[in-house]
Write a protein that binds this ligand. Sequence first.
Ligand SMILES: Cc1cc2nc3c(=O)[nH]c(=O)nc-3n(C[C@H](O)[C@H](O)[C@H](O)COP(=O)(O)OP(=O)(O)OC[C@H]3O[C@@H](n4cnc5c(N)ncnc54)[C@H](O)[C@@H]3O)c2cc1C
Length: 375
Amino acid sequence: MAKPTGRIVIIGAGIAGASTAYFLARQGIRNVTLLDRESVPGLHSTGRNAAILRTAIPDAALHSLARESMAFFQSPPDGFCEHDLIEGHGLYLAATAEYATKLDWAENDAHVLGGDFVEPAELYARVPDLAHDVARVLSLADEGAFDVQAILDGFLRGARQGGVDVRLGVDAQELVVHDGAIAGVKTNDGLIDAEQVMLATGGWGGELSAAAGYPLELTPVRRHLLVTSADASIDAKMPTVWFAGSEFYFRPESGGLMLSSCDESVVPPNEGEVTVPEVLEDIAAKTGRWLPKMENLDAAHFWAGMRTFSKDHRFVIGPDSRLSGLHWAAGLGGHGITTGPAVGRLAAEWLVTGASSREFADAFTPERLLEAAAV
Ligand SMILES: Cc1cc2nc3c(=O)[nH]c(=O)nc-3n(C[C@H](O)[C@H](O)[C@H](O)COP(=O)(O)OP(=O)(O)OC[C@H]3O[C@@H](n4cnc5c(N)ncnc54)[C@H](O)[C@@H]3O)c2cc1C
């Protein structure tokens, strides 16, 4: 199929938009504009997450994107980044006896996942202050954390070098539709003609398409993170630990600990980054439960961000059959950085060829959500 010649406008310069722009550029696609209403890229979910690299995702389709992305992080193309993208010191998925079955899904696939079930003693040796009632532990030694800023910078640099026009401070206000097809985007900086428009709008997922008459349900869910002040007792090489069932995770950060009590509140996007002080109490309670010696560390940073979900919690990547030229790379939930490279590659494939032969491509298209809504 011939390469598209008309302009492709990508709205949103978070990981989804930046990664797609990068892979379009690498395929030599010209006439690509990446725009974001903020003057700095990655200011929202992409700059407000826990930076945990965790490919062990129970959903096979999402897991395939994560594994493909892991290969990219381990061995990025020349010039992508000067240093290692993966910074973690291992990831442990842990559960008490009460929640041990929460890890059943990984039982037969631990090796495929790139991990192993290990004795809790291995985890205690790495995190001696952890409460000693862990019953089941899956260890993923190559995972843990990554440098999100370097990943985003690598995508944006590569996109610019490949000719993508990155326009910041440009607010997309309306999709322009002619004869059942996308014709452009109205912005605060004028009209941009386009043959294809991709929505990579994170927590603002469905707003523009709904206003144009093509609603798609994408729900922003707020979650808080806290980083404690630095403390000499915290081992900077501590692994990332995530409790299944109890829903609590921590990892070392800036000499302190990053903590989340995995709170979840459905909110409109304009409230998605507003902090709720009561969550501090949940975090303190879970920290006291799991890391009693750390309970009284001061909070140095406390913030909230949006994880945005489609109805079935799978991402939305690909063309929207209702409107020719409309594409999506949205609803990346809590795994958008871990899967970022594969999301961009798949979204670019749809934009360039109008098709994808990947095993799970259909699992991500808007079509399955539209069909489910129709039923
Ligand atoms: C607390 C928290 C912890 C997380 N932890 C992890 C983790 O450990 N690992 C992991 O892989 N993922 C994690 N995630 C998920 C990850 O951050 C997201 O999946 C990912 O960042 C989503 O990227 P995005 O590009 O879709 O959205 P965003 O980064 O939000 O980008 C969307 C962009 O669109 C722009 N935009 C929206 N509307 C318009 C418009 N009309 N005109 C112009 N620009 C517009 C916005 O300004 C924004 O920059 C976490 C998320 C949160 C909130």
